[in-house]
Design a protein around this ligand. Structure first.
Ligand code: DGL
Length: 270
């Protein structure tokens, strides 16, 4: 492991390109920090995989980023944060920020009635990580969870504002709406792109929490408390992908909201 310094980069790790929604917020909140992004595009999606596979992928990706001398790792993927965060945080030797607790803290701040809906991949919802994190802080609050496996392919296809997306959202959200949720947590990197469609389906009274934005605020707070901020200027973000599929450019640019440059292929296994 390379010893990190103030100007060392922050590593952002996701199963694919969806973590670029977290990068987008980090670039706004911490423009002076250098970022290295790792997307395991060869093995995405993680959300349909077993706990053992997700854990192994998380370890391999973290080792890759540590080898690049990062000073802090953002586990931008909800599925990995739900499955592997405590174990990784205990053994990496650099601070690790996941996406679940920042989203939960915001949900607790904005909820009006303690009835929280959580949507995510099958692995995230199956792990119960959101429910545990909310009820550790608010034991009497009710958490209603729903896996939405079709949302990731819909977003990757660029269909997030179509009638198909709206129908799918109505189907997934009906049980949560029937429970009278007052807050909906978007527990997946891809879901911020569905925000306009989800807003139309849930109406204007339900609070929607996007964990990508909250995570970048948490990183900023953590840097202020522990690892000092880079005095800047930032180097351009390096983007490592385990596969560079032909569709990459269009999808990546939509997640990041600007063109992704400096892309290199990464190999995570020896
Ligand atoms: N990054 C994943 C998450 O936030 C979504 C894509 C996947 O299933 O790998 O849960």
């Amino acid at each position: 492991m390379i010893e990190p310094t103030l100007s060392s980069p922050i590593g952002v790790f996701d199963s694919g390109l969806g973590g670029l929604t977290v990068v987008r917020s980090l670039l706004e909140d911490l423009p002076q920090e250098s970022l290295i992004y790792l997307g395991d595009t060869a093995r995405v999606p993680y959300g349909t995989k077993s706990r053992e596979a997700i854990f192994r992928f998380a370890e391999e990706g973290s080792a890759f980023l540590l080898g690049k001398g990062i000073k802090l790792m953002v586990l931008a993927c909800n599925t990995m944060s739900a499955t592997a965060l405590p174990e990784l945080a205990a053994r990496l030797g650099v601070p690790v920020v996941g996406v679940i607790d920042p989203g939960v803290e915001e949900a607790i701040r904005v909820s009006t009635g303690g009835r929280i809906g959580v949507i995510g991949t099958a692995a995230t919802i199956g792990s119960q990580a959101y429910r545990r994190s909310i009820q550790a802080r608010k034991p009497e609050w009710l958490v209603f969870s729903q896996a939405c496996p079709l949302f990731v392919p819909l977003v990757e296809e660029g269909w997030e504002e179509t009638e198909v997306a709206a129908m799918t959202a109505r189907h997934y959200l009906a049980p949560l709406l029937a429970q009278g949720i007052d807050t909906l947590v978007l527990g997946c990197t891809h879901y911020p792109l569905l925000l306009p469609t989800l807003r139309r389906v849930v109406g204007s009274d339900i609070r929607i929490v996007d964990s990508a934005t909250q995570t970048s605020r948490e990183v900023k707070n953590l840097l202020a408390r522990t690892v000092p901020e880079n005095p800047g200027p930032a180097s351009p973000m390096r983007c490592y992908l385990t596969d560079i599929p032909p569709s990459f450019i269009g999808v990546a640019d939509r997640f990041l909201g600007r063109p992704v440059t400096h892309v290199e292929r990464a190999s995570l296994t020896p």
